[in-house]
Design a protein around this ligand. Structure first.
Ligand code: FAD
Length: 425
């Protein structure tokens, strides 16, 4: 198929879901991917209910032995405060190894008559007129879709002078077989180490643990020792021996976390979906769900402008949720600590607030004003509390809150404002 209606670069979650959606609309689709060599070793595994719903609408099925269901998250604050349970209201999240997800999607694309898979080839460059240069020669299509992830070649071709993404942190991931979570059926976010630790059941017989190490962090050779000394003591006691073995046996997967605002959806005959549009810290686990929603919205949109508008309005709240969590969980300054305490106090005090928070985290409520209201309430409480303990600091704290609170009015949150940052080279 030399000139398909649609050429999709990238057969990850966004590319496969786009292929299925567009082929359902009657388009002939060529789905091109270079294969595992260009895929990150550690990638998304937790899918929020909004993403699960897209998979259901596509008809993707997983067998029970390959995935796990979750009712929500339990956040374990530092300093021995009581844990906070955030429940998914009336729906559940799903987790599975990233390869299980892409394999299930690829199986569906292979079975679709409108889709041709081309493995072992990659897109080198594309123009906004639908011309693509690939390792398999040149293609001309009505639409080129850049679903080629964080280092998208399609995006680079359309925006060659763009500044690189901002480096936020590194993630180390280990998998423990036959281990038990403190409470089954939930993801656990443990705070108190230099960065958050996430624990969740990946499959019925394995749990995933990720350790987030803020930049700059120690140099690569010292990282394992850093994890053993600074992170391991925060794990539940029963998991520590197995985690120590996994870390010292070097059974660790690494990923670098970067931030690029979701600000560019392509031009004319080139559309971007998933991480190619922009990406964020994996802490809020939004990437997969946003990738699946992008794919669905692109397939349903009458033109690129309509897709851009819908995707932007869906991504505003998640981007800001990720920014807030990143700031509160990764930055140890006094303002972040105050905001985090106030947010947890809000959650402790009201089941309604935890439900709202979970709907926002799970992409079930992507409206702006409820999120703005949450921030205003949290900021107000921080101010009141700091006034009680340190009255002279009140004006300064108010100015800091106002300055940082300015992000609410912005299109893209200043993720790293006030946090350590450097650029990916
Ligand atoms: C450590 C870590 C943990 C994460 N955890 C979660 C989580 O729990 N939940 C969540 O929702 N998100 C998570 N994410 C984010 C999530 O992995 C991504 O948002 C998601 O994979 C994006 O899907 P995608 O299809 O856009 O891109 P990718 O999954 O990156 O897929 C891109 C595809 O494009 C192919 N490709 C690359 N270059 C080319 C080219 N030139 N031509 C053709 N094909 C090309 C690649 O081979 C790959 O198959 C995590 C990310 C990281 C780094």
């Amino acid at each position: 198929m030399k000139n398909p209606d649609v050429l999709i670069a990238g057969a990850g979650p966004a590319g496969c879901a786009s292929a299925l959606g567009l082929a359902e609309q009657g388009a002939t689709v060529l789905l091109m991917d270079p294969g595992p060599a260009r895929q990150p070793s550690l990638s998304g595994e937790w899918i929020h209910p909004a993403g699960v719903a897209v998979l259901q609408r596509l008809g993707v099925e997983f067998d029970g032995a390959s995935c796990a269901h979750h009712q929500g998250f339990i956040v374990h604050p530092p300093d021995g405060e009581l844990p906070i349970t955030l429940e998914h209201p009336g729906s559940s999240a799903l987790s599975m190894p990233h390869l299980t997800l892409t394999a299930a999607l690829l199986k569906m694309t292979a079975a679709h008559r409108g889709i041709t898979q081309l493995s072992g080839h990659r897109l080198l460059s594309a123009t906004e007129h639908g011309l693509a240069q690939t390792t398999d020669g040149h293609y001309r299509s009505a639409l080129v879709v850049g679903a080629d992830g964080r280092s998208s070649a399609v995006r680079r071709a359309l925006r060659p002078a763009e500044t690189p993404p901002v480096k936020l942190s590194r993630t180390a991931g280990i998998v423990l077989p036959l281990a038990t979570l403190p409470t089954e059926g939930y993801g656990h976010v443990i705070l108190g180490a230099p960065g958050p630790i996430l624990l969740f059941r990946l499959t019925p017989d394995r749990i995933r643990i990720t350790f987030d190490i803020p930049v700059p962090g120690p140099p690569q050779p010292a990282l394992i020792r850093h994890l053993l000394e600074e992170y391991l003591p925060h794990l539940p006691g029963a998991l520590r021996p197995a985690a120590r073995i996994a870390l010292t046996s070097r059974m660790v997967q690494w990923a670098s976390n970067t931030y690029r605002p979701r600000d560019f959806h392509g031009r004319r005959r080139c559309a971007l979906v998933g991480d190619a549009v922009g990406h964020n810290h994996p802490l809020a686990a939004h990437g997969l769900s946003l990738a699946l929603l992008d794919a669905e919205q692109l397939a349903q949109a009458p033109h690129l402008g309509a897709y851009r508008r819908r995707s932007r309005s869906t991504s505003w709240a998640p981007a800001h949720v990720s920014a807030v969590l990143g700031r509160l969980f990764l930055t140890p300054d006094a303002l972040s600590t105050g905001l985090r305490r106030s947010l947890f106090a809000e959650w402790h005090g009201s089941p309604l607030r935890t439900q709202q928070a979970m709907r926002q985290l799970a992409l079930l409520d992507t409206r702006r004003w409820p999120l703005a209201a949450t921030f205003a309430r949290t900021a107000g409480r921080t101010l009141t509390d700091s006034g009680e303990s340190d009255l002279p600091a009140l004006p300064r704290r108010a100015r800091e809150l106002l300055a940082w609170g300015g992000w609410l009015g912005r299109t893209h949150p200043p993720y790293t404002e006030g946090a350590p940052r450097d650029h990916v080279s």
